[in-house]
Design a protein around this ligand. Structure first.
Ligand code: AMP
Length: 216
């Protein structure tokens, strides 16, 4: 099968991580979330984590050189040989240029861009009710759970936590950063890559189905 390189694109809370996880298990290719890599570094208090913590909590972007280094290590690793799904990178034009350079070095073509399109109101509603299970990392929306005290993935009780950057003032800043700095990255790919645009307001399973149809 042809190597599948995917770039998930969209505002925070549009569903990039959720869809990347589904696609990753269907296609057996790794889900590379730069947000998850950074959060792990923060929780382990590594040098990277110490640099990134305050930036992330404010909803700002970690510097491009740091992110470029992280993505370079991942893309050159063996686990990405069969393909990969990038979730959360690139977030700036500079990062898109860094990725171009890496792809040229590996002698790889362009990834397919999957854009999850959502308006700000949907994002604010979703992120303010988003929680993460502290036991298994499963992401939920409190409004769509029958029992908001139990993780539907691992059964843990009262295990949901809110990410610090899902507080309302930080959400607003993350959206500003998205509109000003990240959205233009889509135009960067317009004439270079196949772009699949999907309405992020649709239910998770429908978005996943549309992605499967478009990729086949
Ligand atoms: P996410 O989980 O993708 O929403 O990322 C959470 C936070 O990690 C972002 O708000 C940024 O502070 C940081 N981050 C993740 N990916 C990047 C990136 N490609 N460039 C800069 N900062 C990033």
């Amino acid at each position: 099968m042809k190597k599948l390189q995917i770039l998930m694109f969209g505002a925070p809370g549009a569903g990039k991580g959720t869809q990347a996880k589904i696609l990753s298990s269907e296609r057996h290719i790794p889900h590379i979330s730069t947000g998850d890599i950074l959060r792990e570094a923060v929780s382990k208090k590594t040098e990277l984590g110490l640099k990134a913590k305050a930036i992330m909590e404010a909803g700002e972007l970690v510097p491009d050189e740091i992110m470029g280094g992280i993505i370079r290590d991942v893309l050159f690793s063996d686990k990405c040989k069969p393909g990969y799904i990038l979730d959360g990178f690139p977030r700036t034009i500079n990062q898109a240029n860094i990725l171009d350079g890496i792809l040229k070095e590996i002698d790889e073509g362009y990834p397919i861009v999957i854009e999850l399109d959502a308006d700000d109101e949907l994002i604010i509603n979703r992120l303010s009710s988003r929680r993460v299970c502290s036991e298994c990392g499963y992401i939920v929306n409190l409004n769509s759970l029958e029992d908001p005290t139990t993780c539907p993935n691992c059964g843990a009780k009262n295990s949901f936590i809110k990410r610090k950057d899902d507080e309302e003032d930080v959400i607003k800043n993350r959206l500003n950063v998205y509109h000003q700095t990240t959205k233009p990255v889509l135009d960067f790919y317009r004439n270079k890559a196949k772009i699949i645009s999907i309405d992020a307001a649709l239910p998770v399973e429908e978005v996943a189905k549309k992605i499967t149809v478009e990729l086949n």
